[in-house]
Design a protein around this ligand. Sequence first.
Ligand SMILES: [Zn+2]
Length: 327
Amino acid sequence: MMTHGIHRRSLMAGAGISALAAPLVLARAAGAAEGDTMQMAEKPSSDSFTLGDFKLLVIEDGTRMMENPGETFGTGQDPETVAALLEENFLPTDKSLNGFNPVLVDTGSEKILFDTGMGPAGRSWGAGQLRAGLIANGVQPGDVDVVVITHMHGDHIMGLMEEDGPAFPNARYVFGETEYAFWSDDARMGTPAEGGHESVKKLIVPLADNATFVKEGSEVAPGITVMEAFGHTPGHLVFMLESGGEKLLLTADTANHYVLSLQRPDWHVRFDMDKEMAAASRRKVFDMVAAEKIPFLGYHMPFPAVGFVEKTDEGYVFTPKTYQFRV
Ligand SMILES: [Zn+2]
């Protein structure tokens, strides 16, 4: 995690970053002089680009190394089949790196944040960087007008609260109607969803008075439409962004490994609560992305988490974005 981007960051991380934005980690490039260390305060990776009149800012909240990717993204598959596919795609067979990529969409009239990363609880292991990343890009937490939650797994909602209260004190919230109904229900007690229920009671329920509850076809703001893609969780949502004739689909956790879950969308994924329904949603969502030839942003795709898919016989091939949004 420390091996990439040091050079670029050292150029970007100016001396003027405030103490708040600064860095829990001080990075020093090999061979740099002793006195250079303080100039190289690390800033969370971020990427901004425009889509019509919208401005998108992706912040890498953190990354987590996972063992045995096949057990997560190819549940029940022959390990040799999974290993062969990973090797074909120049990836290690024993580990995978999973990133968390919230995005701020500035529509020109509102700053709308989709998902919130790991929050304060993630900072002990280097995640929870959304807040510092926003500040480093000139966005104060109080500037965020709307916080949209795609679904209520911890890696998407833990950044809603800081130690002293709501992380985005001036925001209104957008939650999925079905998702909220599931996780906030006391019927989850004594089930595998009990931990999630407890988190939602702590992080989401206190904000519900200031929330709009959405479903298929709801509009979050002009040009931002809700689509249901249930399965990963009971009320998992994706969002179509449209501005100035351009489109991008925020696919959230519809597919969570850019090779295993896109090239083999029918493989079962450990984190998908309804595995068959999640696979059907993957097909539906990525068939649309492929057919419309539009870009998508997936929360766990490799940073900056944006790319395209081409349909193949068995699934889809991911092509990361390069300069398409700059020309
Ligand atoms: Zn997730």
